[in-house]
Structure formats: structure tokens, C-alpha cells
Ligand binder design. Structure first.
Ligand code: URA
Length: 189
């Protein structure tokens, strides 16, 4: 049977793709391991690579404010990424890197067994929902991932670059809050 201890120890020295050669730290995940809500980003940026924690750079600050808007924080949710090591210069993770990393995320999802999954940005949505997912068109729509409701919204980095997307992202957040209220038991206790 899998356990967090086993998964963390197996993942910690991962050398399944070449991102291991350039990382400072592997960024495993953060938050509540018993969360009902799981957020999945793309991959670590510079600050995350330095600190070993997801969403702690400028996009992370905005992510924390987005959480606050719907009465959430890191103690109530879990945060992971499609790839656990920083792609050089923050380029998109390659398919081969995503595939090499996918077992770790699958095992995290199985251990958490969340009620709701939220993809942050296109890379995560294409990996988990549909490979031709278009964030501008398909954000805010509920799909299924192994029978669990899954939605994608804009990546906080995209919202830093283009503030005109923020009202749409806010509508997505409200829909997420509504879904949490309807199917989760512990998150808004
Ligand atoms: N962007 C991501 O997708 N993930 C992080 O952890 C940080 C920035």
C-alpha cells in the first residue's frame, strides 16, 4: 500500500528526466494532505526552485489572494504541480518531462483522494482534462477526472500579465466555492 512517507522518499531523489540536473530543489507539494480540494499548477518557478515550496513567488502571492477571496488558505487545500522540478528559464515543461513526472502526481492524487480538482493554467488542464484544452474558451467548465469534478482556471502568472482576465478568473473562483459548498464536508467548517 502506498503512503506519503514512501512516496516522498521515492520522489525525493528523482532523476527520471533532465530537469533534475538543473534544479536546486524538487518541489513536491504543499498544504493539507487530507484536503478535499486539490490545486494543480504547471511547474516550479525561480522562487519555488530556491525554496522547495510551490507558489511562493509573485504568482504565488496572487494565488494566496485568490484563495482568500473564496475563504481558503493553504491549510485547507493541497497544491501540486504537473512537473516537480523547474524548467530552465520557466519554459513550458516538455511532454517527455510531464510523462516522466506523472507517476508522482497520480500517487499524490490517489493519497489525497480529493473531492474537487482545480487546474491552474493550460499546461495542467491539457495534462489532466484534454490535450487540446483551450484556457480562454474552456476555463470555468466542470469536467471529470476519474469521476471527480475538475475545472481549469487561469494561471496566476497569466493574471499578473493580463489583468483583463481577472473578472473571468473571479467568476471561476465563485463557481469553485459553490461546488465546494455543495459537495465537500470539511473545507468550510
Ligand atoms: N507556477 C506554477 O505553475 N507552479 C508553481 O509552483 C509556481 C509557479
Amino acid at each position: 500500500m502506498d503512503s506519503w512517507e514512501k512516496l516522498k522518499s521515492e520522489c525525493s531523489g528523482c532523476d527520471r528526466c533532465s530537469l533534475c540536473k538543473t534544479r536546486q530543489n524538487l518541489v513536491f507539494g504543499d498544504g493539507n494532505e487530507n484536503a478535499e480540494v486539490l490545486f494543480i499548477g504547471e511547474g516550479p518557478g525561480e522562487q519555488e526552485d530556491i525554496q522547495g515550496v510551490p507558489f511562493v513567488g509573485p504568482a504565488g502571492k496572487l494565488f494566496d489572494s485568490m484563495m482568500q477571496m473564496i475563504d481558503l488558505d493553504r491549510s485547507k487545500v493541497y497544491i501540486a504541480n504537473i512537473v516537480k522540478c523547474r524548467p530552465p528559464h520557466n519554459r513550458d515543461p516538455l511532454n517527455i518531462e510531464q510523462a516522466a513526472c506523472s507517476e508522482w502526481l497520480k500517487r499524490q492524487i490517489a493519497l489525497i483522494d480529493p473531492k474537487i480538482i482545480v487546474c491552474l493554467g493550460r499546461i495542467s488542464a491539457q495534462a489532466l482534462i484534454r490535450n487540446d484544452f483551450r484556457i480562454t474558451k474552456d476555463h470555468g467548465v466542470w469536467y471529470r477526472y476519474n469521476d471527480k469534478p475538475i475545472m481549469a482556471t487561469y494561471h496566476p502568472s497569466a493574471l499578473l500579465r493580463d489583468v483583463t482576465k481577472r473578472p473571468d478568473a473571479f467568476m471561476d473562483l465563485r463557481a469553485i466555492r459553490k461546488e465546494i459548498r455543495s459537495i465537500c464536508n470539511r473545507t468550510y467548517d
